[in-house]
Each structure stands twice: as structure tokens, then as C-alpha cells.
Ligand binder design. Structure first.
Ligand SMILES: O=C[C@H](O)COP(=O)(O)O
Length: 252
């Protein structure tokens, strides 16, 4: 059975004192469950403190991006070696905001996915279509292309350990959620794509999250779907109270 993964993506929000207050409350109150894992993906400057404050808990700390090289002359970048050394477990890769504002491509995402596995980091790979692509009925082809390139060259075991986040761009931060059926249809397609590339056994192991205006009021419905194994949450993950409700939903 696949374990659910409820991941918060704070994006570029909070200052250190706010990050610390959040994690202290979450570390104290988050329910522990065999069924579900809670991850907080935070800005780089907060990672050491969040890792320190979650020691001895089941809460995992993730980054929101990284470079694919181990080290070198890449001013302003952060490497997988640095993240691993800190104790980070997850890294969000290819988020649509990085693709849009920082020119990330399917090729660069693939390099980063390999780098993550080279350093035992779990990649959360984001895919998803624009509104124009959805209206032109290109969603499935587009997502298939993104997934296929992201996992190119991975072993089946690595593919099985990759978390894929389906995030329709038109639903991110807009308050518009894909209906749970619409979201599930694409998540099922993603699982079939993975099955085609690898095997059904591998596809059955891949955790597929939905992301895009997920909140405590709609997460139960989304998680009730056959191929939605968790959520990647932006806005509703920033406040501890709301994040805790999302984590709680994952345990049901
Ligand atoms: O990574 C998270 C997604 O971009 C979703 O953001 P949102 O929950 O604010 O719509």
C-alpha cells in the first residue's frame, strides 16, 4: 500500500522566527501515522533550524529547489550535497514557478532528479498544464512528456521512489481547484505513463500528489480518489493550524 505524503511548500514566505514558531507547534501537535508522512518544504535559510527542531519526530524537512551539480562556480546556488549534509530528506523539483520564472526545463529537471537520487534525497517532481493547454485538450500529452523526461535514465527502483506532484498551473494560488475527478483522471494517466515506461509493479508504488488550492475543506475529497496519494500545498500550508488539519486528513 502506498504511504500518503502531505507536503507543505512555503514558497518565499516567513522569516526565521515565524518558521520556528510554526515548527514548534507542528512538532508538538502533528499526529503520527503509518499511513501518512508530513513534509515541510521551506526556504533554504530556515532548514538547519527546522531540522534541529524536528529531531526525534516523524516530520520531514524538504527544500524547494537545488542545483544538479555537487559543487562549483554557481553563485547563489545550493547543491544536493549541502542539503544531504544538513539532513534534508525531500526536494521539490520543477515547480511551475521555477519553470516559469527561472527557465527550468524538462531537461534540467531530469538532471536534478538524478542528482537527488545520487544523494539519497527524495524528489517531489512537479508537472502540470496551463489553462490554455487544458482548454486545447493537451493536458494528458503535456503531462506525459514532462513525466517521461523527468524520470529518463532512472532505475525502476528510483522511479518507484519518486514523488510526482500533479499541479495544474491554473489551480495554483487561484482558489480554483481541479475537481477531485478531474485531478484523479490526470493522476491515473500519470500512473499509466509510469507503468508504460517501467512496469505496473513500479507504477503501483509511485506516490502521486495533487497540488493547486488544496485546503482543509477539500483535502478529504481529493484524498478519497484512487490515484491521489497526497498533496503538495502552498497557501494553506503556511499557517500551523491549517497545515496540521491537512496532515490530520492524511492519517484518516
Ligand atoms: O507547491 C504548491 C502549489 O504550487 C500549490 O500552491 P497553492 O496551494 O497555494 O495553490
Amino acid at each position: 500500500m502506498r504511504k500518503r505524503v502531505i507536503a507543505g511548500n512555503w514558497k518565499m514566505n516567513k522569516v526565521l522566527s515565524e518558521a520556528n514558531d510554526f515548527i514548534e507547534e507542528v512538532a508538538e501537535k502533528a499526529p503520527q501515522s503509518e499511513k501518512s508522512e508530513a513534509v515541510v518544504c521551506a526556504p533554504f535559510p530556515f532548514l538547519p533550524s527546522l531540522l534541529e527542531k524536528t529531531k526525534g519526530t516523524d516530520i520531514k524537512i524538504g527544500a524547494q529547489n537545488m542545483h544538479h551539480e555537487d559543487k562549483g562556480a554557481f553563485t547563489g546556488e545550493v547543491s544536493p550535497v549541502m542539503l544531504k549534509d544538513l539532513g534534508v530528506s525531500h526536494v521539490v523539483l520543477g515547480h511551475s514557478e521555477r519553470r516559469e520564472h527561472f527557465a527550468e526545463t524538462d531537461e534540467s529537471v531530469n538532471k536534478k532528479v538524478h542528482a537527488a537520487f545520487n544523494h539519497q534525497l527524495t524528489p517531489i517532481v512537479c508537472v502540470g498544464e496551463t489553462l490554455e493547454q487544458r482548454e486545447a485538450d493537451e493536458t494528458k500529452d503535456h503531462v506525459e512528456k514532462q513525466v517521461t523526461k523527468a524520470v529518463e535514465g532512472l532505475s525502476d527502483d528510483q522511479v518507484a521512489s519518486t514523488i510526482i506532484a500533479y499541479e495544474p498551473i491554473w489551480a495554483i494560488g487561484t482558489g480554483k481547484t481541479a475537481s477531485s475527478e478531474e485531478a484523479n483522471e490526470v493522476c491515473t494517466h500519470i500512473r499509466n505513463v509510469v507503468g508504460k515506461i517501467t512496469s505496473q509493479e513500479t507504477a503501483d508504488q509511485v506516490v502521486i500528489q495533487y497540488g493547486g488550492s488544496v485546503k482543509p475543506a477539500n483535502i478529504d475529497e481529493l484524498l478519497s480518489q484512487s490515484d491521489i496519494d497526497g498533496a503538495l500545498v502552498g497557501g494553506a500550508s503556511v499557517e500551523a493550524d491549517s497545515y496540521l488539519q491537512l496532515v490530520e486528513a492524511g492519517t484518516k
